[in-house]
Design a protein around this ligand. Structure first.
Ligand SMILES: *Cc1c(COP(=O)(O)O)cnc(C)c1O
Length: 728
């Protein structure tokens, strides 16, 4: 390719730059699915991804006057050569309407659902290529089109305008990705999106199975369906509906097959992310599915009563698929657990909290169902492709085996003590930092180009979706503390630092957007204060996304993983940093726990309350006690409150100050002093460049566990019972 382009006076790198990110997810959850697809193909597993072909992916973020501005992501504007429309595989999807029950020839009642409205799902296939193994799997994404039959009917009514309008409504289903991360939005269109693609996927899966099978006896042996969070859980009910209504199967048999087919992965403990749909919405749009869910619930609650005949109604109330209240709601997580034969969390700590807190009642009923699958990331994208300098250095020393067997990176352990390899590692890191800075300066002439970056400073990086639990505000408060140190004593020894933030806030999440504004206001003050010089710089990278991430991880020295313990299910950014030789400062949360286990306490900067300590502290927590006791903390909050960073509007940050001093739900005040002290240890360690490089190399060497190949092998062995089907 490079050769061909050269003959046309084109550079491959320039051509690749033209490629738009397919931003079809919000953050870690969607990116994890993409890493899994890469691993599935590389492991030659017969697997397929199913989802929605959004016309507009995650919004494009601009920063104007320090604030986030959302712009539509027109990724299909110039076409998409990587996909093939499979018009012949289109599927009809019904909504609304009525149900009739009629006896079949054996006298059994068969339901007949007559939808009032139909749309058509058209699949678009994108090839997913395995690494060097000739396996090409498929990512099948569904686009909503108005149904022709329906079109004709409405057009023939003579109301042309209404007909066109209804066509647009049908096609709106796959129009845009909901931009919320870790927060549930109970909008009809979202439920329609979920049912739309689940209906299409289930139809596709059943059809594919029936190409080679006459009965459904072997369905669970031939098919495994993994539910990536609760978003596709309606697929469980759809498969029941297909078995019962389309194939006349008896309930018990249908349920047995469904149960042995599905697995459910839980991705969060945050209650605001657990999907609950109003029963009334199902009545209107999916009446048949509602009746099936009621029957699943009736049978399930009977099991609960049999198991705990003497319990009061409280346990049934907690476990029911239906939440009672002034608006009855369907709990999708409960449905997922009841329907699936395996339920897993995404890191050891998270899975433990799923078992003992979030889904405690269910784990008591079915302990064998609960398991852990610690997340991973694909080393092809996150090391080989994104960090070619480091990848080459590794291959030169240990050969290319690590690319498909990341555990082999442990052969680098002795090289941590090799002075030449350490020098090489430092040179590579510096080159990556220079390359990042050049890219930022040329991409953001009015932003990054105005910051005088110091590539010899610590590149201290926090890149992830903006969320209070992830505590970007804690990092911002640390910066203010460092700034105040410099202002108190301009000669104070300060190890130079460049703090880089990146991440999108959900458009409706006012507090997260205010955090972005604060970070940018802090940057404005600090970057332009001559007394600070090049010792402290702050930069918020606009529009953080995968292509930007690929430049940031290789150029980072310090990985910020500072969520309130117990809140981050796993994290995967933490793994990408480690693989690229950044050291982690972090709490004992998510996969940080396992990263620390792998690298050793001496190669990890740990601080903060643990998850059990957080749980204990909560009931009696008063942030003012911490503020009174810490001069640094008080200074930071006072400076924000004074309007120093927002001279044009002194009370701009009042919501932040109020949250910190009154609720402080995410315990920033409780962790602040420990965080600052730990950062001082980081700075001191950075001064010893040999020891620092040694720690970085050990981090890379011990990142083998965090390959998504390992994760997928575990899913395949323990949940799906699937073995590779190599091409040769
Ligand atoms: C890896 C990744 C994430 C997830 O980051 P966390 O720190 O685990 O939240 C989000 N967005 C992008 C673009 C990523 O590459």
């Amino acid at each position: 390719m490079r050769q061909v382009l050269e003959d046309m006076s084109l550079e491959l790198a320039d051509l690749l730059e033209q490629e738009k990110d397919p931003g079809l997810g919000n953050g870690g959850l969607g990116r994890l699915a993409a890493c899994f697809l890469d691993s599935l193909a590389t492991l030659a597993m017969p697997a397929m991804g199913q989802g929605i072909r959004y016309e507009f992916g995650i919004f494009h973020q601009e920063i104007r006057d320090g604030r986030q501005i959302e712009q539509p992501d027109e990724w299909l504007q110039f076409g998409n050569p990587w996909e093939i429309a499979r018009i012949e595989d289109a599927v009809t999807v019904g909504f609304g309407g009525t149900i009739e029950e009629r006896p079949d020839k054996n006298g059994r009642l068969i339901a007949r659902w007559t939808p009032s409205h139909q749309v058509v799902g058209v699949p678009y296939d994108t090839p997913i290529v395995g690494y060097g193994n000739d396996t090409v799997n498929t990512l099948r994404l569904w686009r909503a089109r108005a149904s022709e039959e329906f079109d004709l009917a409405v057009f023939n009514d003579g109301d042309y305008r209404k007909a066109v309008e209804e066509k647009a409504i049908s096609e709106s289903i796959s129009k845009v990705l909901y931009p919320n991360d870790h927060s549930y939005e109970g909008k009809v269109l979202r439920l329609k999106q979920q049912y739309f693609f689940c209906r299409c996927a289930i139809h596709d899966i059943v059809l594919r199975y029936l190409r080679n099978n006459v009965t459904f006896d072997e369905f669970p042996d031939k098919v495994a369906i993994q539910l990536n969070d609760t978003h596709p859980v309606i697929a469980v009910v759809e498969l029941m509906r297909v078995f019962l209504d389309d194939h006349g199967m008896a309930w018990d048999r249908a349920w047995d097959i469904v149960h042995r087919t599905f697995g459910y992965t839980n991705h969060t403990l945050l209650t605001e992310a657990l999907e609950r749909w109003p029963v009334s919405m199902f009545e209107t749009f999916l009446p048949r599915h509602l009746s099936i869910m009621y029957e699943i619930n009736r049978r399930f609650l009977r099991q609960v009563i049999m198991r705990w005949p003497n319990d009061n109604a409280d346990r049934q109330r907690r476990m029911s698929l239906i939440e009672e209240g002034k608006e009855k709601q369907v709990r999708m997580a409960n449905l997922a657990v009841v329907a699936s034969h395996k339920v897993n969390g995404v890191a050891a700590l998270h899975s433990e909290l799923v078992r003992t807190e979030l889904l405690k009642d269910f784990a008591e009923l079915w302990p064998e169902r609960f398991t852990n699958k610690t997340n991973g990331v694909t080393p092809r994208r996150w090391l080989l492709q994104s960090n070619p300098r480091l990848a080459r250095a590794i291959t030169d020393r240990i050969g290319p085996g690590w690319i498909t067997d990341l555990a082999q990176l442990d052969k680098l352990v002795p090289l941590a003590d090799d002075i030449e390899f350490r020098a090489l590692f430092r040179r590579i890191k510096r080159e990556n930092k220079v390359a990042l800075v050049r890219h930022l300066e040329s991409t953001f002439p009015l932003g990054a180009a105005k910051v005088r970056f110091n590539v010899d400073s610590i590149f201290d990086v926090q890149i992830k979706r903006l969320h209070e639990y992830k505590r970007q505000l804690l990092k911002a408060m640390h910066i203010i503390a460092l700034y105040q140190r410099l202002k108190r004593d301009p000669q104070a020894p300060l190890v130079p630092r460049t703090v880089i933030f990146g991440g999108k806030a959900a458009p409706g999440y006012a507090m997260a957007k205010l955090h972005i504004k604060l970070i940018n206001d802090i940057a404005e003050v600090i970057n332009n204060d001559p007394e600070v010089g090049d010792r402290l710089k702050v930069y918020f990278v606009p529009n953080y996304r995968v292509s930007m991430a690929e430049r940031l991880f290789p150029a980072s020295d310090l990985s910020e993983q500072i969520s309130t313990a117990g809140k981050e299910a796993s994290g995967t950014g933490n793994m990408k940093f480690q693989m690229n030789g950044a050291l982690t400062i972090g709490t004992l949360d998510g996969a940080n726990v396992e990263i620390r286990e792998e690298v050793g306490d001496e190669n990890f900067f740990l601080f903060g309350l643990t998850a059990p300590e957080v749980a204990t502290l909560r009931s009696s927590y008063n942030p003012l006690e911490y503020i009174e006791r810490s001069e640094d903390l008080k200074g930071v909050i006072d400076l924000i409150a004074s309007g120093f960073f927002s001279p044009e509007q002194h009370d701009l940050y009042k919501p932040i100050v109020d949250t910190l001093t009154k609720n402080d739900t995410y315990l920033l005040c409780a962790d602040f002093d420990a965080y600052v002290a730990c950062q001082d240890r980081v700075a001191k360690a950075y001064l010893d460049e040999e020891a620092w490089a040694r720690m970085c190399i050990l981090n890379v060497a011990r990142s083998g566990k965090f390959s998504s190949d390992r994760t997928i092998q575990e899913y395949a062995d323990e949940i799906w019972k699937v073995v590779p089907v190599p091409v040769r």
